[in-house]
Design a protein around this ligand. Structure first.
Ligand code: KIV
Length: 269
């Protein structure tokens, strides 16, 4: 039996069918070990380009290269059995034309064996989303606060504070749904707008800093684990991994320095 037939992963149609149903649980993950834990609870795992900032110390996601996404995507697929794995298309790999987007999305899917890709943008990306989905590449869309456009947006700002702007966001959501996206991330968006979009469109909305009324939620794993010194205001922190790691490292350092570090007899029994 091939590995493919043994592993039963959540599929894209299964996620799409959750519209208005049981809320979709998702988290980001960038490595095999954290992905294996998240896999037990998440319907899909996003290998987000936030890894540029979270793991590689970049100031934004703009500098993330395609190869880095592929490397982390492979690790997450290897570490998981159950969840759908979605890999972010990084800035500069899909905006130029549908054909360029197809080439890079196909490379991501072939090399990582992930089940779908995600890209940022609403109406302006609709033609590309249609081109990809018609050619066998499932696409998750991402609107609202789109970090890859932070240079144009002037930073990471909550969208929809001015009600006059709502129609543009609603048009974006409708456009990507009509183009064939199977789900859509609503990031950094005022609650009533995210709730309104969720009611309007036929595909699941996945909120991050948006609304509890979305069809599902996603958080950056390291943020909710308390690993990052700074986290966005909307993130509920469920763990204290940063301080826990620091406690462990400082205890180890003390034991090495005062020679109380356990010897072979004590540890390797
Ligand atoms: O890159 C990422 O982690 C994301 C999520 C925040 C949705 O796009």
């Amino acid at each position: 039996m091939s590995k493919q037939t043994q592993i039963r992963r959540t599929t894209v149609p299964q996620i799409a069918a959750r519209k208005g149903g049981e809320p979709i649980v998702s988290l980001t993950s960038y490595h095999a070990h954290t992905a294996a834990i998240v896999d037990k609870y998440a319907d899909f795992i996003l290998v987000g380009d936030s890894l540029g900032m979270v793991m590689h110390g970049m100031e934004s996601t703009v500098g993330v290269p395609l190869d880095l996404m592929i490397m982390h995507g492979k690790a997450v697929v290897r570490g998981t059995q159950k969840a759908l794995v979605v890999v972010d298309m990084p800035f500069g790999t899909y905006e130029e034309s549908p054909a360029v987007a197809f080439r890079n999305a196909a490379k991501i899917m072939k090399e990582t064996q992930c089940g779908a890709v995600k890209l940022e943008g609403g109406k302006r990306m609709a033609e590309t989303i249609r081109f990809l989905t018609e050619r066998g590449i499932p696409v998750m869309a991402h609107i609202g606060l789109t970090p890859q456009s932070s240079n144009v947006m002037g930073g990471f700002k909550t969208q929809g504070r001015d009600e006059d702007s709502w129609e543009l966001h609603e048009e974006d959501a409708r456009a990507v749904a009509e183009a064939g996206a199977f789900a859509i991330v609503l990031e950094g968006m005022v609650e009533p707008l995210a709730a309104k979009i969720t009611k309007q469109i036929p595909i699941p909305t996945i909120g991050i800093g948006a609304s509890a009324e979305c069809d599902g939620q996603i958080l950056v794993l390291e943020d909710m684990l308390g690993l990052n010194e700074w986290t966005p205001k909307f993130v509920k922190v469920y763990g204290d991994l940063g301080p826990a790691i620091e406690r462990a490292v400082s205890q180890y350092a003390e034991e090495v320095k005062d020679r109380s570090f356990p010897g072979e007899d004590e540890v390797y029994r």
